[in-house]
Design a protein around this ligand. Structure first.
Ligand code: IMP
Length: 454
């Protein structure tokens, strides 16, 4: 494959950053196509921890081009702070290697103010957003009043639009949301300063990517969040305001349908979620606390403790089908070490009936009871494992059952935080183009990673 999308199969925080970073080593271009700095990809490289929010993970490799596509919403001040932080640590030295779409929309301070004020008003019914203004920025895009980076070309006209927006938003903040207005003059001056620094990165990223693909470059599309946070296919309204599934690559990066060779889903070996909303396999108590500590399950963007649960096979199958996933990279298997038994959700009970897929109405997801299969755990540390044979037999059994149930090949298994702590069973860039998941049978290591039985 030459063009690959990586998407989260759960509610975000699946460990996409590490896998994207690993794949970026073999890519020429790495692209963000949706979301904003509500995403936070944590990477550990040579023992150093990085948190990337807007800049694609390719930035940690020399000479990879990083693209922030038109489908994203970008807080210009946050982006500049991230660029500065990366430059201070020796990355992103060559400005020509970062490309920001002219057509991407800007997140403004009034978006953040609205996001937070609404959440405050909602109280117990709050969505639990990151508070970074993502929803209100996408609203403005759809309402055709958003500001795009392209608008910076003519600052006078940009200022007019900005001032009009500030007037409207301040009226809304004061009158409806009973919140403090934002300081208009300050925002205009901030943007004037930011403009000088941002213009060097602006480009027609759609044309750039089409050319890169036509020229046979390897292009990696880095999804943010996860399928269950997708505005259409997730647990609405407890979702983010963009499409986080692979279909968003085409509109969010400006490439033609058909130019994507495959999709790799990222799933954690268990499940987490931040924010509110249904979560069938959620657990609480000492085991959840221990898993949260062991897996450092605190939001990278907000520091909030993540909710913890068992691996949900029903939900993962939904994500696989929706995205036509070629395979799955399973992350954080090491966090399950020492837990006995380990559980996989293989169905739901809804009003006394067993169901094998998501209920037709996502609202009902809050009413289902998970049906579990329990498997024996393992006690041995596994962070040194680089092949399946290095794993304890019960860890292998867990993987086999999980991928048999999900009916998709397991391409990678994460056994620790660092780039190296990964078992690579089949490298997507070395795989055939667009092989349907259901026809797959083997892995590069020679171990047959169970063809689907269903
Ligand atoms: P928003 O994207 O800030 O509007 O937040 C909407 C919902 O998506 C909230 O439940 C957030 O916690 C969740 N969310 C947004 N981005 C991420 C992410 O990258 N990982 C996990 N949850 C996220």
């Amino acid at each position: 494959m030459n063009t690959l999308a990586v998407v989260g199969s759960q509610w975000g925080d699946e460990g996409k950053g590490k896998i994207v970073d690993l794949l970026a080593a073999d890519a020429d271009v790495v692209v963000r196509f949706q979301g904003g700095n509500n995403a936070a990809h944590t990477l550990v490289v040579n023992g150093e921890k990085f948190i990337l929010r807007l800049v694609p993970a390719g930035a940690l490799h020399q000479s990879k081009t990083c693209v922030i596509g038109n489908g994203t919403v970008v807080d210009p001040i946050a982006l500049l702070a991230e660029i500065d932080g990366l430059k201070r640590r020796g990355h992103l030295r060559d400005n020509s290697l970062l490309k920001l779409s002219n057509d991407a929309h800007m997140v403004m301070p009034y978006h953040r103010a609205i996001d937070r004020a609404r959440e405050d008003l909602l109280g117990k019914s709050a969505i639990g957003t990151t508070g970074f203004g993502i929803g209100p920025a996408y609203e403005d895009k759809m309402a055709r009043v958003g500001l795009r980076f392209d608008d910076l070309t003519d600052f006078n006209s940009f200022r007019e639009k900005l001032e009009r927006n500030i007037r409207d938003k301040n009226a809304y903040l004061k009158t409806i949301l009973k919140a403090k207005p934002v300081a208009g003059a300050e925002i205009v001056e901030q943007m004037r300063a930011a403009r000088g620094r941002l213009r060097r990165y602006l480009c027609d990223t759609s044309a750039f990517l089409q050319q890169a693909i036509a020229g046979g470059k390897r292009v990696l599309f880095e999804g943010a969040h996860g399928v269950m946070l997708d505005i259409d296919h997730g647990t609405y309204p407890f979702v983010t305001s963009s499409n986080c599934s692979a279909s968003a690559v085409f509109s969010g990066a400006g490439i033609a349908p058909g130019s994507l060779d495959g999709v790799l889903g990222i799933s954690k070996a268990y499940t987490t979620r931040v924010g509110s909303g249904p979560f069938p396999t959620e657990i609480s108590g000492r085991l959840a606390d221990a898993m949260r500590e062991e897996g450092s399950e605190f939001g990278s963007a907000t520091g909030r403790p993540r909710r913890i649960g068992w691996f949900d096979g029903v939900l993962t199958r939904h994500a696989i089908r929706l995205n036509g996933m070629w395979g799955i990279a399973l992350t954080k298997l090491d966090v399950l070490t020492g837990i006995d038994p380990v559980k996989i959700c293989v169905g739901y009970q809804l009003r006394g009936k067993r169901i094998d897929q998501l209920p037709p109405s996502r609202q009902m997801l809050g009413k289902v009871r998970p049906v579990y299969e329990s498997l024996p755990g393992w006690q041995e540390r596994i962070d040194h494992a680089r092949s399946l044979q290095d794993l304890p037999v019960n860890a292998r059994r867990y993987l086999e059952r999980l991928q048999e149930f999900c009916g998709v090949r397991l391409a990678m298994v994460g056994v620790g935080a660092s780039r190296e702590a990964t078992i690579i069973l089949e490298h997507p860039f070395l795989a055939l183009k667009s092989t349907p998941a259901r026809r797959l049978s083997g892995s590069r290591s020679g171990k047959v990673i169970g063809p689907p039985t269903a």
